[in-house]
Design a protein around this ligand. Structure first.
Ligand SMILES: Nc1ncnc2c1ncn2[C@@H]1O[C@H](COP(=O)(O)OP(=O)(O)OP(=O)(O)O)[C@@H](O)[C@H]1O
Length: 258
C-alpha cells in the first residue's frame, strides 16, 4: 500500500530540466531514502511534494496523495494540506522554528490553526508531542525559546512541530546534516521510532549514504535529475546495480550494509 506516489515527475526551472521523469512511492511506516550528490534534484523533489517549488517552475507528471494529484491542486487546498497531512523538516531548524517565539507558542499556534483545538487542548498535545520526541521537562520547554536548546534538541522540536497535526507523510530534507555525529544517531533513531509507531511515510533526503544505511527501508539514488536506482536498503548497499551508486558507496568512510 502506498500513501504518496510520484509518477513521471518532471521539473523545469529557468529553461533547464532539473528533474527528469522520476517515479517514487512512499508507504506508511517506511522510510524511503533519497540520496545523490549536491544538485542532483533531491531537494526539488521534496519541494515539489510540498508545493513549494521556486516561482516559475514548470512541472509534468503526477504526485498522487490519497488519490489526489498535488500538482494540479489549487494553491488554497495545497496550503491546507501542507503542514497538516504532509509535514516537513529541514536541515536548518530556523526554517521551521521562529527564533522570537516560544516553543509553546509555535506548537500550539499550528495546532489551533489546523486542528481547531482550544488553548488548553493544544497545550496538552504540545506537551505530549515534546515528550514523544524526548525533550526533557516538556512542560517547562514550552516557555523557552529555540536558542535555549542545543542543535539536536531544536531538531527534535522541529520534528514535533512537523508532527503536530498528525501528518501521514513527512518530508525530512537533510535533517541531521548540521548535527554532530553522535547527535545525528539519536535524531535518526527518533525518526525511525516515530515512523514505526505512527505509521508515518517518510521521505528522507540526504547526500549521505551512511545516514541512509542507518535507517532507510528503501533507497533511491538520483543523479543529474534522473533516478538511477531504487531498491531495498540491504540490496542497494550490498549489490548496487548502478555504477554511480557504487561510486557513492566506495566514498563512504566506513560501510555498513546491514
Ligand atoms: N531557485 C532555483 N532556480 C534555478 N535553479 C535552481 C534553483 N534552485 C536549485 N536549482 C537547480 O536545481 C537543481 C537541483 O537542485 P536541488 O537543490 O534539488 O539538488 P540537491 O540534490 O538537493 O542538492 P543539495 O544536496 O546541494 O541540496 C540544481 O542543478 C540547482 O542548481
Amino acid at each position: 500500500m502506498t500513501v504518496l506516489d510520484i509518477e513521471g515527475l518532471t521539473v523545469e526551472l529557468g529553461g533547464r530540466e532539473i528533474i527528469r521523469r522520476i517515479d517514487l512511492a512512499l508507504e506508511p511506516g517506511r522510510i524511503h531514502g533519497l540520496a545523490g550528490e549536491s544538485g542532483s534534484g533531491k531537494t526539488m523533489t521534496g519541494l515539489a511534494v510540498m508545493g513549494l517549488l521556486p516561482h516559475g517552475a514548470r512541472t509534468g507528471g503526477r504526485i498522487l496523495f490519497d488519490g489526489t494529484d498535488l500538482l494540479s491542486l489549487p494553491s488554497k487546498k495545497m496550503n491546507a494540506l501542507r503542514g497538516s497531512e504532509i509535514g516537513m523538516v529541514f536541515q536548518d531548524q530556523s526554517t521551521s522554528l521562529h527564533p522570537m517565539l516560544s516553543i509553546g507558542h509555535q506548537l500550539t499556534d499550528h495546532m489551533r490553526h489546523h486542528l481547531e483545538l482550544d488553548k488548553a487542548e493544544a497545550r496538552r498535545r504540545a506537551v505530549e508531542l515534546l515528550t514523544r520526541v524526548r525533550i526533557p521537562d516538556a512542560d517547562g520547554a514550552l516557555r523557552r525559546y529555540p536558542h535555549q536548546f542545543s542543535g539536536g534538541m531544536r531538531q527534535r522540536i522541529a520534528i514535533a512541530a512537523a508532527l503536530a497535526c498528525d501528518p501521514k507523510v513527512l518530508i525530512a530534507d537533510e535533517p541531521t546534516t548540521a548535527l554532530d555525529v553522535t547527535v545525528q544517531a539519536g535524531v535518526l533513531r527518533l525518526l525511525r521510532g516515530l515512523c514505526d509507531e505512527l505509521g508515518l511515510a517518510v521521505l528522507l533526503v540526504t547526500h549521505d549514504l551512511g545516514v541512509m544505511s542507518a535507517v532507510a527501508d528503501t533507497i533511491s539514488v538520483m543523479r543529474a535529475g534522473l533516478l538511477v536506482e531504487t531498491g531495498a536498503r540491504a540490496q542497494v548497499m550490498r549489490e548496487p546495480a548502478d555504477q554511480y551508486t557504487r561510486m557513492l558507496l566506495d566514498a563512504l568512510p566506513e560501510r555498513s550494509t546491514s
